[in-house]
Design a protein around this ligand. Structure first.
Ligand SMILES: *Cc1c(COP(=O)(O)O)cnc(C)c1O
Length: 398
């Protein structure tokens, strides 16, 4: 079945819910069991990893099971588990696999809160880590230690957009018995198939494109059959669960994700290409542009691109950059991404890096291209760059 069809069909069981097209929102803690025999049977089936079996609200309701079934099918993993946020998914996935004395290799391009969880929290519990250059590829092998348990990848990095050679990294990790955890939020379950490239555990910040409307927080971990008992047990031990209403919003968002992503992709490439032609812009970082250093890897491994990318401005006074951002009408100043609306946020990766050096001095800006008409977005950016030029000229005179 084509995956765009899967987006529509996955996880749906109208026959169970009076014919309702969508699995309803099931709110609940207590689940009643008809008899002791039924309770014992459910406990047994849950222990055997049968999906959709629950004895208590924390272990999921049919709403959670519907989303988990759909994402596991789309990403191509064995089972999925929902979490109250993307970061909770990253943190629980790491905690599931690691013990005191284990070593983690973490990409320098990782989402900063994930890095903080590893270094600040797991570090306190005796987990060792080494930060590596995301461009390392097969060279990762030289950094693998006898106690390396996890190689954590995020491709492309969600601020700096380095594309990683996941198959090469996974081959090296597996040769030494290490597992590959991937933050696959940028690739989405549609555009990067983690389990075809050697990933063992894939993480989605569903808050982004899966929810797709900036109105809920949610995370999802999907994994291989081998990893599932560890993920399941740790999730349970840590009391992780997610609200059914937010889970429903993710299910609803999922159904239209393909058409939204096609537009985000097309508009982002159009706007990124336009920005490349602008004299105020030093560099545009979008893997789908031929000028991007990771473009060949992106073409080889990805099936599409989303609307998130970065630009670096030529060095300009902070006041001129701020005047540019403030002048924008269609780009909201905000964190996050993956919703229907365009966003812009300045960032400075230099303080978060240890294995690589950010080579630019101008202000870096992350853009999320929403579903507005790209011509309107270009016009908005164009007037903004005029404001930047004008403010800069005024500052020079003053
Ligand atoms: C946003 C984000 C997360 C965290 O998701 P939340 O739902 O905000 O906790 C993790 N990884 C990446 C790449 C993200 O962009």
């Amino acid at each position: 079945m084509k995956e765009h069809t899967q987006l529509v069909t996955a996880g749906r069981h109208p026959e169970r819910y009076a014919g309702m097209v969508n699995t309803p929102v099931f709110r609940g803690s207590t689940i009643l069991h008809g008899s002791m025999a039924e309770l014992k049977d459910k406990i047994k089936r849950r222990a055997a990893n049968e999906p959709g079996v629950s004895t208590y609200g924390r272990y999921g309701t049919p709403t959670h099971h519907a989303l988990q079934e759909a994402i596991a099918e789309l990403e191509g993993g064995f089972r999925s588990q929902v979490y109250p946020s993307g970061l909770a998914a990253c943190a629980t996935a790491l905690t599931s696999l690691l013990s005191a004395g284990d070593h983690v290799l973490l990409t320098d391009s990782a989402y900063t809160p994930t890095r903080d969880f590893l270094t600040r929290v797991l570090g306190r519990y005796g987990v060792e880590f080494t930060i590596y250059d995301p461009a390392v590829g097969a060279g990762i092998e030289a950094s693998i230690q006898p106690n390396t348990r996890v190689v954590y990848v995020e491709s492309p990095g969600s601020e700096t957009f380095e594309v990683q050679d996941i198959p090469a990294i996974a081959a090296a990790a597996h040769r030494h018995g290490a597992k590959v955890l991937m933050d696959n939020t940028w690739g989405t379950p549609l555009f990067f198939k983690p389990f075809e490239h050697g990933v063992d555990v894939s993480i989605q910040a569903a808050t982004k494109y899966i929810v797709g409307h900036s109105d809920a927080m949610l995370g999802i971990v999907t994994c291989t059959e081998e990893m599932w008992p560890l993920i399941k047990r740790t999730t349970q031990d840590m009391g992780q669960t997610a609200g059914p209403d937010d889970t429903y919003l993710a299910l609803r968002g999922l159904r239209t994700m393909n058409v939204r992503l096609q537009q985000h992709w097309k508009s982002a490439v159009e706007i990124a290409t336009w920005l490349e032609s602008r004299p105020e812009v030093e560099k545009v970082l979008h893997p789908a542009l031929p000028s991007h250093p990771g473009h060949e890897l992106w073409k080889r491994d990805f099936l599409g691109a989303c609307g998130l990318f970065a630009i670096v401005l030529k060095p300009a006074p902070a006041a001129a950059v701020e005047a540019f951002i403030d002048s924008l009408q269609l780009f909201g100043i905000g964190f996050s991404w993956g919703g229907y609306e365009s966003l812009i946020i300045p960032f400075d990766p230099s303080g978060d890096r240890s294995a690589t050096q950010w080579p630019y001095t101008g202000q870096a800006l992350r853009l999320h291209i929403g579903l507005e008409d790209p011509a309107d977005l270009v016009a908005d950016l164009e007037q903004g760059l005029t404001v930047l030029e004008r403010t800069q000229a005024q500052l020079l005179v003053a």
